[in-house]
Design a protein around this ligand. Structure first.
Ligand SMILES: [Zn+2]
Length: 216
């Protein structure tokens, strides 16, 4: 959990937000902005407003503090459009989740979810630009001036992952009370939990208790 973050000299307060970047891919980290297990009683929405969406993008390094600030100002003047973008972002998030959750369990992703991803790519990819960075020229993005400029980089991250050789490393947390996705980068491909400190420990404790009860 992050309480506050200092980016480019500006402190961003994120008290009570469970944004964690444990997945190893931006698109999977984005799916993890829904806590708990999807459809279960512990399901928890961390994207409650457009500001949350900005904060997540800032934390994920997809927006600079200056860019986030200017979109924040714009969103205040266009509240209903900002709410629509939030709904679109959540729709994209759930499609990305369905696609990679299916792949993680060896299933074919639903076509309707690929349609949502492709729609965002079609809408946003023409904003890509070649930009100069300290490590050379790279694919980047023109200045995000629209409230929905946030969506294309997330869709692009999903497109990169689904077409990459690393696709076989996508996993869904083994805990029944969690639906977080992540890349398994362990050497023997044995990572089962999104986070050892939370799901891993909880399930270790559960196994210990059930063993203990059996042995009594
Ligand atoms: Zn988990």
């Amino acid at each position: 959990m992050i309480d506050a973050l200092i980016l480019e000299g500006r402190m961003v307060i994120m008290i009570g937000k469970n944004f964690e970047l444990i997945a190893g891919a931006a698109c999977l980290n984005f799916t993890n902005t829904l806590g708990g297990a999807r459809g279960k009683t512990n399901e928890t929405e961390y994207l409650k407003n457009y500001q949350d969406l900005l904060n997540w993008n800032l934390l994920a390094g997809l927006l600079s503090a200056k860019q986030a600030e200017s979109l924040e100002l714009k969103s205040k003047d266009h509240q209903s459009e900002a709410n629509k973008v939030l709904e679109k972002a959540k729709e994209l998030r759930e499609s990305i989740y369905h696609i990679f959750s299916a792949i993680a369990s060896g299933q074919i992703p639903p076509n309707s979810d690929l349609v949502v991803m492709n729609r965002e790519l079609e809408h946003g990819l023409h904003h890509q630009r070649i930009v100069w960075t300290l490590s050379g020229y790279k694919w980047g993005w023109e200045e995000p001036t629209e409230l929905d400029s946030l969506l294309a980089p997330i869709a692009r991250s999903a497109a990169d992952l689904i077409t990459s050789a690393d696709l076989t490393h996508v996993r869904e947390c083994a805990s029944p009370s969690c639906s977080w996705l992540f890349m398994d980068e362990t050497r023997n491909k044995s990572r089962r939990w999104c986070n050892m400190k939370t799901c891993g420990n909880r399930n270790k404790l559960k196994r210990f208790r059930s063993r203990h009860v059996r042995n009594e």
